[in-house]
Write a new protein. Structure first.
Length: 373
């Protein structure tokens, strides 16, 4: 049995957790009898429960190519995708899996966090999330445990009662929230662990009370829990609160398991526009490149890149009576195996009506001051 202490929200009969220690006193026993009567009436008064729509978002369906890309990812990037599973959008995941090089993935991750800094100091959101992920791994062992997902999305509960009730119940945990980042109201989340092994499951009214008991009989009651477990009143109170929401608990669950709204997808397009990856099926354009360092701009070294293209290898663009060669030059500068900076330049050269009137080569000249480092 373990309890996280905090300011306990005022749920119906939530104060029962503090009454357990005095349960042997006659007055406390009388109060507990009246409490259980209220709880049992709440259960009986609940409407018939249809199967609740499950709010948990499963991993987005991936194409065969994306599954192959996921399997081929180095372990650190697979781990990162697991850590941001409740944050990353479908488009962001696809864009990440499409990347070919580790330096591109590292740059993507940096940008992923930058676009989520909303009004706070730079890196605040990332540091906060990574600390929460570490805490979830420490407490729950794995991020695939449903407790970890609720913890990541809502933060720690105001109070938590974990119970191993001898041979009566499977291991259970009742989480009491006084509002959270996802839901602005008091609510309860109840977890149980079948067979006392493996990940915990989130209990819903549609599952039924019997699934919480080790013998799975259908005629169990909350009175057995309140009388047979050390913190039975608190556990029975939590179950009663969840059950009393009826089909409405599905709506509550959908809210506390809703993923934060991600940024717009514009940043993905911008990120890809500076990529040097060649689209599949794109024709090659032969070119030659020379790099030199012609001087300094203040304290920064100038770098010059000269890329030459033969006009016969490029297709001119015809716009009304105007013909021209339009070329985009995209580049990446790597430093220490990481993306240091990138750039894009557009060039336009007039094209004559006859091949003989076109220039011998198309010179694409780029001059840039190198960033310090």
């Amino acid at each position: 049995m373990a309890i996280w202490h905090g300011r306990t929200p005022r749920f119906p009969a939530a104060a029962a957790a503090t009454a357990a220690a005095a349960a042997t006193a006659p007055a406390a026993a009388g109060r507990r009898t009246r409490l259980l009567a209220v709880l049992l009436l709440a259960i009986l008064a609940a409407p018939a429960l249809a199967p609740a729509a499950h709010a948990r978002l499963a991993e987005s369906k991936l194409t065969k190519e994306q599954k192959k890309a996921l399997a081929a990812l180095p372990p650190q990037y697979r781990s990162w995708l697991e850590e941001v599973e409740v944050l990353i959008t479908k488009d962001e995941r696809k864009a990440f899996l499409d990347l070919k090089e580790d330096y591109q993935r590292d740059a993507f991750i940096e940008r992923f966090w930058e676009v989520r800094d909303r009004g706070g100091a730079r890196g605040d959101f990332r540091r906060s999330w990574e600390a929460r992920v570490l805490e979830a791994r420490t407490r729950f062992g794995r991020l695939t445990d449903e407790r970890a997902r609720v913890y990541l999305l809502n933060g720690p509960p105001a109070a938590l009662v974990a119970e191993r009730c001898n041979i009566l119940l499977w291991p259970v945990e009742a989480w009491f929230y006084h509002g959270s980042e996802r839901l602005g109201m008091d609510f309860v989340v109840f977890f149980y662990q079948v067979w006392g092994a493996g990940p915990y499951r989130l209990w819903e009214p549609s599952v039924g009370l019997a699934d919480l008991f080790q013998d799975s009989r259908a005629n169990h009651s909350l009175a057995e829990i309140a009388g047979g477990c050390r913190n039975g009143d608190a556990i029975a109170s939590a179950i009663a609160w969840v059950s009393n929401q009826g089909m409405g608990y599905g709506t509550i669950e959908a809210q506390f398991e809703s993923t934060p709204k991600g940024p717009g997808g514009e940043w993905i397009g911008s990120f890809h526009s500076y990529s040097t990856d060649i689209p599949v099926g794109a024709p090659n354009l032969p070119a030659k490149m020379e790099v030199s360092y012609p001087g300094h701009y203040g304290e920064r070294t100038m770098v010059q890149a000269l890329v030459t293209v033969v006009p016969a290898d490029a297709a001119p663009l015809q716009l009304a009576d105007r013909r021209s060669y339009n070329l985009l030059l995209t580049g990446e500068v790597l430093f220490g195996g990481k993306l240091f900076e990138n750039f894009r330049y557009k060039f336009e050269f007039p094209a004559g009506g006859q091949p003989a009137s076109s220039p011998a080569t198309l010179p694409l000249v780029v001059q840039r001051p190198l960033r310090p480092g």
